[in-house]
Design a protein around this ligand. Structure first.
Ligand code: ADP
Ligand code: NI
Length: 214
């Protein structure tokens, strides 16, 4: 297996599937997560191939895309096999992808350094200016309001509620975005998250002030 070649193939594969997506899982999210994962991996001394390939494939098992997480995982496994990725790496990659999701209060700790790196990269792309943009884009795609002051703020949602639940873009900050800083795994990831988190707080404060027509 030529690792560089597999990465190029994976990029083309994921790109062809996610190019049209506008719900926050678009190709450019994958591109950024891969870039962030690479940066953190170099800093943490993690295996670059595992981090990059996992970042590239990480959203293909999302039930929002295929309606079924198991199906998504199986097709990732098939793809890796076809491209000559060994059993040990396949298991590693799939375990990370399964453990990664935030939804439903999934707080199972990552068992490997590579897992911690890719999860941090995905979380970083959910905060900061990009995270804010993605949240509003997602809310629009789901026909959610950007804000509704008559709905009390909810900070916890079960998996079921998360799946069905109507939220608002602003409530999503409290459900998820503002929590991510404290969930970061790696020192370098924490450092990057800190700045992005501050940006979220500034944005939120300003948004709520303007809401009051200040
Ligand atoms: P990820 O691919 O980062 O794991 P998700 O699949 O949970 O993220 O969601 C894709 C994007 O949409 C993320 O930026 C996330 O924060 C945002 N998002 C998820 N659920 C909601 C929601 N109910 N309202 C607004 N934004 C959301
Ligand atoms: Ni993602």
């Amino acid at each position: 297996m030529n690792k560089q070649e597999v990465l190029i193939q994976a990029e083309m594969y994921v790109r062809s599937i996610l190019e049209e997506d506008s719900s926050g899982h678009d190709w450019w999210h994958i591109h950024r997560v891969r870039g962030l994962a690479k940066k953190i991996a170099i800093n943490e001394g993690a295996d670059l191939f595992i981090c990059e390939i996992t970042a590239l494939l990480h959203d293909l098992a999302d039930e929002k895309l295929f309606g079924d997480e198991e199906k998504g995982l199986l097709s990732i496994e098939e793809w890796l096999k076809e491209h000559g990725v060994c059993q040990e790496s396949r298991t590693h990659i799939l375990t990370i992808i399964k453990t990664m999701s935030f939804k439903g209060g999934n707080r199972k700790p990552m068992e490997t350094k590579e897992g911690r790196v890719v999860q941090d990269a995905d979380r970083l792309d959910a905060i900061g200016a990009i995270g804010i943009g993605r949240t509003f884009a997602y809310a629009g795609a789901k026909e959610e309001l950007m804000y509704d002051p008559s709905i009390p703020v909810r900070t916890e949602m079960t998996k079921e509620e998360y799946r069905k639940g109507k939220s608002t873009a602003i409530n999503h900050f409290y459900e998820k975005l503002l929590k991510l800083k404290d969930l970061m795994n790696t020192d370098y990831g924490k450092q990057l998250a800190e700045e992005r988190h501050q940006y979220l707080e500034v944005f939120l404060e300003r948004f709520l002030e303007e809401w009051e027509m200040k």
